[in-house]
Design a protein around this ligand. Structure first.
Ligand code: SAH
Length: 625
């Protein structure tokens, strides 16, 4: 079924915050996004970046944040905290409005922008020429006095305008004539239904506006109370049917997604043609297809995945007990799995088809192939997250990870389940992810930075390697890289990792300190640039000083050192110093320490204007003597 993402409530200044929070009460999954230069992000503030950050940031283990009631309570606490502290915070900060709105729009996120309609239009204008799915976009006056739906007529923008207007106690500024007249967008049927043709639909609505009347044929419960000009004898009809268009120009056709096709074998290459032929033979529209079902033994077959994608439906799996009977499976299986009122027919050798009166929810038919995607969020800011990671978050049914990172990865829709956990339970969390995924869920495991650098990807693979559970091996596992803290810090400083370097974690939680000492000594002798992760924590106060003593034994005091703290997060700081001056007091668990090699250099550029600030750069040249 079509799912709408939680909207982004985007504001420019603090004048809009009160209105934004009122709208947020109506959409508890939504977050308020504010311009970085005007806001400090409450959600990002205090975000620990260290392995041990759970102790610092405090976590709410077991909190199922996806639960609406909890989100409402969470929001209420935040509003109260705002009032009590007399401070203002937003949930997420962005750098620049125009690019940010385009990014939200392109990702299909509904946008509620609390600023002038003209600003919003100009920002997203470059994207409008491209046909594609258009999310709802609304402009709302900062003081809540006007709600203007701008884009996304087919995605329910007018319905949202009414909801927001009701929350703000003002009339919505609906401008769609059909909608004004009929009180509903006839061309925007609810989830589970598909409009046959938008062109045909537009003509139909303009005919009704010009005075034509209509009958309604088939179940269209959402139109029951709509003030449509009805007449039982009208030539025009709104027809709700899985049957394909028969060329009658007087009909507005809406298809319930009420057809399921089951295939006995997994020949993915011919699947699209076989399904289309089976539908066509019964006069059914491809838009009425809700799902394609194949035996579980076909799980992982990429050609079948592609076929389902080409048909625009979910691929679902039926558990077949006896492979010898697979040719008679489709019909028998559909009979067992679908509601009694479905009509089930054999549609050829090894293919059967079921047609229901009303939409069938694909999520309830057989099971999905489970998916586990391990992603890195990058160092913190949205623009440094890979689009593939964002896509995975959008498609996730379940999100797992250490609570701080899960919070950073939001906002989530009400239908997404969030499982924040304690930072130390890595293996347990990895197993939980496989259990959920092997049950057919689409699970995303979040790490900060890159998931393969001192993070969850290894734990996930170790869980798979050591479990031997066959149903885990069937999970579609993918690892999406991210910008690691060393890369993010290096880029801010210049290019200190421009030649050979190594990454070391100074945490002795998961390896003996003796190993760390020997690796630091050898790396220092080898003149490698070193990136220290997890340099210190409250539980490990002396380790960094010890490591620095070892480095100083083979590297000069004027060796360049870069310290990046909370890079790409609010309150980020970047310091360049030398090995001689470096003190462990300058470093905490949210700091990345980069120790240069003998060739790493720092220099400053001075802008021509006397008022310009000098800029320091650090780099390691590409050559080596
Ligand atoms: N997977 C992460 C690293 C996790 S280990 C990555 O690839 O970045 C946690 C350590 O990473 C912290 O102790 C700190 O040394 C470093 N770190 C993570 N995020 C950081 C940030 N935004 N700024 C500076 N250092 C960061």
């Amino acid at each position: 079924m079509a799912r709408l993402m939680a909207p982004a409530i985007v504001i420019l200044g603090s004048g809009a915050l009160a209105t934004a929070r009122r709208i947020q009460r109506r959409y508890p999954g939504a977050r308020v996004h504010g311009l970085r230069s005007r806001f400090d992000a409450r959600a990002e503030r205090g975000a620990g970046s260290g392995h041990e950050a759970g102790h610092e940031a405090g976590h709410e283990a077991g909190r199922e944040a996806g639960h609406e009631a909890n989100q409402e309570a969470h929001l209420q606490t935040r509003i109260e905290a705002d009032l009590e502290a007399g401070t203002e915070g937003v949930d997420i900060v962005y750098e620049e409005l125009s690019a940010y709105l385009r990014e939200l729009y392109a990702s299909g996120t509904p946008i509620i922008a609390l600023c002038a309609a003209g600003i919003v239009i100009r920002c997203v204008a470059p994207l409008l020429a491209n046909k594609g799915t258009e999310p709802p976009v609304l402009a709302v006056a900062e003081d809540g006095s006007a709600v203007v739906p701008l884009l996304g007529g087919l995605a329910g923008v007018n319905a949202m305008a009414r909801e927001i207007a009701q929350a703000l106690d003002v009339p919505p500024a609906i401008t769609t004539s059909g909608e004004l007249r009929f009180g509903t967008c006839v061309l925007n049927p609810p989830p589970g239904y598909a409009l046959a043709s938008i062109e045909q639909g537009k003509r139909f609505v303009s005919d009704l506006l010009a005075g034509e009347r209509t009958r309604i044929e088939g179940g269209a419960h959402w139109l029951d109370d709509a003030p449509l000009p009805r007449s039982e004898t009208a030539r025009r009809a709104i027809r709700v049917t899985p049957l394909a268009w028969d060329g009658n120009a007087d009909e507005l056709l809406i298809h319930p997604r009420s057809v399921v096709v089951a295939l006995a074998d997994g020949d993915g290459e011919t699947a699209v043609a076989r399904v289309r032929d089976a539908l066509a033979a019964r006069g059914l529209s491809p838009l009425a297809l809700a799902a394609v079902v194949v035996p579980s033994s076909c799980s992982g077959d990429e050609a079948l995945e592609r076929a389902a994608h080409a048909l625009g439906v979910a691929l679902r799996f039926a558990d077949v007990a006896d492979a010898a009977h697979t040719r008679s499976l489709p019909r028998a299986w559909l009979e067992a799995a679908l509601p009694a009122q479905c009509e089930i027919v054999d549609a050829g050798p090894g293919i059967a088809l079921a047609v229901a009166e009303t939409p069938l929810d694909p999520d309830t038919i057989g099971r999905a192939r489970g998916r586990l995607t391990v992603i890195g969020l990058g160092p913190g800011s949205a623009e440094l997250m890979a689009p593939a990671a964002r896509d995975a978050l959008r498609d996730a049914t379940d999100i797992l990870g250490y609570a701080t990172y899960v919070d950073m990865a939001g906002p989530f829709r009400a239908d997404q389940r969030v499982h924040p956990t304690d930072n130390r339970e890595e293996m347990q969390r990895a197993r939980h992810a496989f259990e959920l995924a092997s049950g057919g869920r689409h699970v995303v495991m979040v790490s900060s930075g890159d998931p393969g650098v001192f993070a969850m990807a290894s734990a996930v693979l170790e869980a798979l390697d050591t479990s031997g559970a066959p149903h885990w091996a069937d999970v579609e596992l993918q690892i999406v890289p991210g910008v690691s803290a060393a890369m993010a810090t290096a880029a801010r400083a210049g290019a200190p990792l421009g030649h050979d370097f190594c990454m070391l974690s100074l945490s002795d939680n998961l390896k003996p300190w003796a190993v760390i000492e020997s690796r630091v000594a050898l790396a220092a002798q080898a003149d490698l640039v070193m990136a220290f992760y997890n340099p210190v924590s409250r539980a490990r106060p002396w380790q960094l000083d010890k490591a620095l003593d070892i480095v100083r034994a083979s590297r000069a005091p004027d060796t360049v050192v870069v310290l990046g703290r909370d890079i790409a997060r609010p309150g980020a700081s970047l310091v360049s110093t030398t090995l001689g001056r470096l003190s462990s007091a300058d470093v905490d668990m949210r700091t990345m320490v980069i120790i240069g090699s003998s060739t790493t250099r720092a220099f400053s550029t001075r802008p021509p204007s006397a008022r310009g600030t000098p800029r320091e750069w650090v780099y390691t040249p590409r050559w080596y003597r």
